[in-house]
Design a protein around this ligand. Sequence first.
Ligand SMILES: C[S@@+](CC[C@H](N)C(=O)[O-])C[C@H]1O[C@@H](n2cnc3c(N)ncnc32)[C@H](O)[C@@H]1O
Length: 239
Amino acid sequence: MKILKILRKTYFKLTYSLLHYLVKDDVQVMGWPGIEDHINIQNDLINKVKFKPTDVVLDLGCGTGLTTKRLSPMVKSIIGVDNCQGMLIRARKNTKNCSNAKIVYSEGRELPFKNNQFTRVICYSVFNYLAGLDEAKLLIQEMIRVSRQGAIIFIGEILNSKKKKIIALSEHIEASGLRVKGLGWLHSIVAAIVYHLLAWYDPIDLMNFCKELDVKGVVLSREKPLLYINETFDFLINI
Ligand SMILES: C[S@@+](CC[C@H](N)C(=O)[O-])C[C@H]1O[C@@H](n2cnc3c(N)ncnc32)[C@H](O)[C@@H]1O
């Protein structure tokens, strides 16, 4: 089981590095079918996490930095962190005109920051690529460590093991591939195949884990499904 978890993590890490060389599109290299979907994701995130001009933000698993770039004019400063060098090359390019943004290489579970640094921590579509629940717990602990009193941590697009079901390839293609240009069709086929390899979580496990920690509150949310995978949940932690 442990070997499987390590294999899964290594597989996704290698895939992201390889995709960086193969795929030109900054959105598709992160696994999203198209820019419209990504803008919807950003809007949903902005809606749920109320950003303020005084906010010091950490974007954990920033990918190619598109969300980091979008948030940069809304906040005091923002740091994008990722553990894939290929993504960071793109993130640095995409944020080169954002004077308050910085891009840093790091593993999510060992962040190179002091305690109580950030007022907002966002971590979107990252948990599915971790080794599993144990690593998810380490990331949550680390996010809490670097957050100030009153901060909000947003963990988005977590796959819900309670709703796991077999999704037919045709469903993926119909839902995403046929309505996007470029490599959308390829994305939907790959997504259907790797769907079962991803890390899935029971929301109650994560909720109970957070309640054991020193946090003010934890909220599960997802008002409407965003992409082709609609079995996901979001998680807001109030520090
Ligand atoms: C699907 S992309 C999401 C990117 C971005 N957050 C977004 O919403 O578009 C997942 C990103 O998480 C990064 N990632 C996965 N595991 C990580 C970890 N343990 N520490 C840091 N980054 C990680 C990957 O390298 C990849 O860039």
